[in-house]
Design a protein around this ligand. Structure first.
Ligand code: GGG
Length: 352
């Protein structure tokens, strides 16, 4: 029997609420692959930052590195500046563990209503590959003359040939595994003439290695328009860190709710653990009410099980989620219902 050591960082707000439910589901489903887990719950959060001045302990990265995967909830508290949890925990983790592929699927499940008119189940089915270690989220820049009229803030975008080529290649390889074999590269090279021109040049080079994939390039503003106008036109989408982050909130919403948006932060070489998290944040407005949708966390668990080679477990949970949504009997408020986080997880548990 395989035993997987999983680091669990619930984080802030609804993060621990949804992750706890997802852990229950994974525990029950793992028998499909004769697998079991050792869960290592780590209390790294903005609350801890307020108490101790740090989010991640001095040996934190070494601790995490000893796990097979990291299961993560969300970070952010209203009384802690947003950049502290994101720049102390989330972004350094992606860089330290070279999790350069951020996979973000968007799928319109049967039983879920898109805010767009007349969208059939399955008609929205895209996989966004977001570059996760550089680009617009590189911590490069500085500030001068703070608090004066002469204040300057410089934020530098970092685009490297290696960084662009490897995410583009990962996306093309991903497109090869999908039936439509179609890929859209998101750019803004008409305005950002250094980083985005390099991105486009890398796209031209990598696409030549994949003549079997129908690929094209699209400006990010046109992509935002088309995600609403004709989301069914997209299959695999590959984008920089910022563009991918923004576009995947849009893809989540056109597919019904961010409460179903899962994600994986993958280190394809498997030198380091990969990390799995719902796309949504900590949602302070509903924290403690027990009404957050746990399905984004549960579906992130599905991505984790696939990464760990437990296809049967992943398929069993995916099928259970699909059936729960299709039946429509259990629905959290984001899906138009009145059920709780636990009700939703219980409905999935009953089917795995
Ligand atoms: N679980 C997602 C989460 O905590 N998101 C907070 C956030 O702002 N993330 C930025 C990012 O994913 O780059």
């Amino acid at each position: 029997m395989a035993t997987f050591r999983i680091a669990v960082i619930g984080g802030d707000g609804i993060g621990p609420e949804v992750i706890d439910q997802a852990v229950r589901v994974l525990e029950k489903a793992a028998h499909h692959d004769q697998a079991q887990f050792e869960w290592n719950h780590l209390p790294w959060s903005s609350t801890r930052f307020k108490e101790t001045g740090v989010m991640v302990p001095a040996d934190g990265w070494d601790v995490l590195a000893r796990h097979d995967a990291i299961f993560f909830g969300a970070v952010g508290l209203p009384d802690v500046p947003d950049q502290i949890p994101v720049h102390s925990l989330l972004l350094p983790m992606r860089r330290k563990f070279d999790q350069y592929v951020n996979l973000r699927p968007a799928y319109l499940f049967d039983g879920v209503t898109s805010p767009l008119r007349d969208k059939a189940p399955g008609s929205i089915d895209m996989m966004v590959y977001r570059e996760n270690t550089e680009g617009e989220y590189a911590p490069v820049g500085g500030r001068m003359y703070q608090g004066t009229d002469a204040e300057i803030a410089i934020q530098t975008n970092v685009f490297t040939r290696r960084g662009c080529e490897r995410i583009l290649r990962a996306a093309f390889e991903g497109a090869r595994k999908r039936s439509r074999k179609k890929l859209t590269s998101i750019t803004k090279s008409n305005a950002q003439v250094y980083g985005m021109v390099l991105w486009d040049e890398c796209f031209a080079k990598v696409r030549a290695e994949f003549p079997d994939i129908q690929s094209s390039s699209l400006l990010v503003d046109a992509a935002a328009m088309d995600f609403v106008r004709k989301p069914e036109a997209f299959d695999v989408v590959v984008a920089s860190n910022l563009f991918g982050d923004i576009l995947t909130d849009l893809s989540a919403m056109v597919a019904g709710t961010v409460g179903l948006a899962s994600s994986a932060n993958i280190n394809p070489e498997r030198t380091f653990p990969s990390m799995f998290e719902p796309v949504h944040g900590s949602a302070p407005d509903i924290t403690g009410k027990g009404i957050a949708n746990p399905l984004a966390a549960i579906l992130s668990g599905v991505l984790m099980m696939r990464h760990l080679g437990c296809e049967k477990t992943a398929n069993a949970i995916q099928k259970a989620v699909t059936e729960v949504l299709k039946s429509g009997k259990t629905r959290t408020p984001d899906l138009g219902g009145k059920d709780t986080t636990q009700d939703m997880a219980d409905a999935v548990l009953a089917l795995v």
